[in-house]
Ligand binder design. Sequence first.
Ligand SMILES: Nc1ncnc2c1ncn2[C@@H]1O[C@H](COP(=O)(O)OP(=O)(O)OP(=O)(O)O)[C@@H](O)[C@H]1O
Ligand SMILES: Nc1nc2c(c(=O)[nH]1)N=C(CO)CN2
Ligand SMILES: [Mg+2]
Length: 206
Amino acid sequence: MRFEEFEPHYLEILDYFGFDREGDEEAARLLSELLDRDDLSLLRDRISGNVVTVCGNAEILREQLNDIEGVVIAADAAALVLYDAGILPDVIFTDLDGADDPFITMSDEGALIVVHAHGDNKPLLSRWVSRLKGPLVGTTQSRPFDGIHNFGGFTDGDRAVFAADALGAEKIIILGFDLSDTSVDPMKRGKLLWARKLLGMIGYDL
Ligand SMILES: Nc1ncnc2c1ncn2[C@@H]1O[C@H](COP(=O)(O)OP(=O)(O)OP(=O)(O)O)[C@@H](O)[C@H]1O
Ligand SMILES: Nc1nc2c(c(=O)[nH]1)N=C(CO)CN2
Ligand SMILES: [Mg+2]
């Protein structure tokens, strides 16, 4: 989705959560300074024309591991669940709040990490980006610029689906999503509601 098309939704999200655009843009500039590579063409190669499975981090993921097909895309801490089960994700979408030491190992083993910058994760960007030695792509939820991309979407999971869609996946299987989860805190609930709304806009009714 072009940013001009996504921008009205982005503005609504900023308003809903009280997030600040300038903070997002500062974080994107910081990410761009921290990154010394842009592996977008590798990300496209992994996704384009392929069946992909996007794994969110709802509890149900643990019961759905046998349903995974094709290229494995993990949303943030879902990568840890997969790796514990012996599955190295091909791609991980993360704003780094779910990152833990196995992210370094997964990166070393070739997982492509799509790092998302936003106004509330600047310290995490500074802490993690230089430790990730494998392929990297940077994203922002504000206006994209040279080397920092915006495929649309908001939470790690729905951003992964937007990217798979934008980069030409043949088929997208979605596992580990429970967007009506009542066990989460109010902020997370709000984020899951937005994930549902945004995914609905591109034809995924969850
Ligand atoms: N019930 C659920 N609980 C948590 N995550 C879910 C759920 N259903 C779907 N997801 C997707 O899984 C993604 C990764 O989950 P994780 O627990 O790592 O959350 P997170 O990193 O805190 O999410 P975010 O940073 O996007 O707020 C979420 O971004 C969301 O898109
Ligand atoms: N400013 C800001 N932006 C975000 C945040 C967040 O906590 N703050 N969380 C996200 C992942 O759900 C995506 N974008
Ligand atoms: Mg996260």
